[in-house]
Write a new protein. Structure first.
Length: 236
């Protein structure tokens, strides 16, 4: 699967979000938006009204990562607003099948996220309901944290589970068969860590500080992509 880079606006200048979105639109694949409610995580960022405003200016598809309580209630609205992908947390959702299907019903991709300490194996039966698995490589809540190498084995296990599921024909529905489920990593992704993630099996990379902290964000994205592609080639 092709490498995709999703710059996180958590590290951007919130007073200039439209400009910050334009700074990466030629180089990136997605624009990653972290929605935090100060309940599920100890930080408050932005919500649906800001996402709706950003969608009016963003050329890139918006990748909404909901770090919020009660995603069952709120997640479909982000898809209805026009987000290209909406990811909810396994630790917060109470009706995952219904909520993931509601996201997909309005045309968005659905993602299921896991904190570093949450095992993916108990959620194996939900893999047929998602388009992407997001593995947090830091504890969620704040940008600029140090990458947690302890998540690398989980990336490998997740990729192995998805590969085995596809090879075995255990798809839940005809629509699932032949569909690639992406593995996204978020947290501490940089030129020093992206190769390890790609070798382990990730193909979508959220990078905040590594992009928006660079003098040239577009060039930083190009460098990250090149490193991930090289590492992915070694994996295959």
């Amino acid at each position: 699967m092709a490498v995709q880079i999703s710059p996180s606006i958590l590290s951007a200048d919130f007073a200039r979000l439209a400009d910050e979105a334009r700074a990466v639109e030629e180089a990136a694949d997605w624009l990653h938006v972290d929605v935090m409610d100060n309940h599920f995580v100890p930080n408050l960022t932005l919500g649906l009204p800001v996402v709706q405003a950003l969608l009016k200016h963003a050329v890139l598809p918006v990748d909404c990562h909901l770090m919020i309580e009660d995603p069952d209630r709120h997640a479909p609205a982000y898809a209805e607003a026009g987000a290209g992908n909406v990811t909810i947390h396994a630790e917060a959702v109470k009706a995952p099948v219904r909520t993931l299907r509601a996201i997909r019903a309005v045309g968005a991709r659905s993602g299921l996220a896991f904190n570093p300490g949450t095992a993916i194996e108990p959620y194996a039966d939900l893999l047929g309901e998602v388009d992407m698995v997001l593995l947090m490589t830091v504890e969620p809540g704040f940008g600029g944290q140090k990458f947690l190498d302890l998540v690398l084995p989980k990336i490998r296990r997740t990729r192995a589970m998805l590969t085995a599921r596809r090879a075995s024909g255990s798809a839940a529905s005809p629509g699932e068969r032949g569909r690639d489920v992406w593995v996204q990593v978020d947290g501490g992704v940089s030129d020093e860590t992206i190769e390890r993630c790609a070798e382990a099996g990730a193909d979508v990379f959220v990078a905040g500080s590594a992009v928006y902290g660079a003098t040239d964000p577009a060039a930083a994205i190009d460098a990250l992509r090149a490193a991930a592609i090289e590492a992915q080639a070694r994996r295959t």
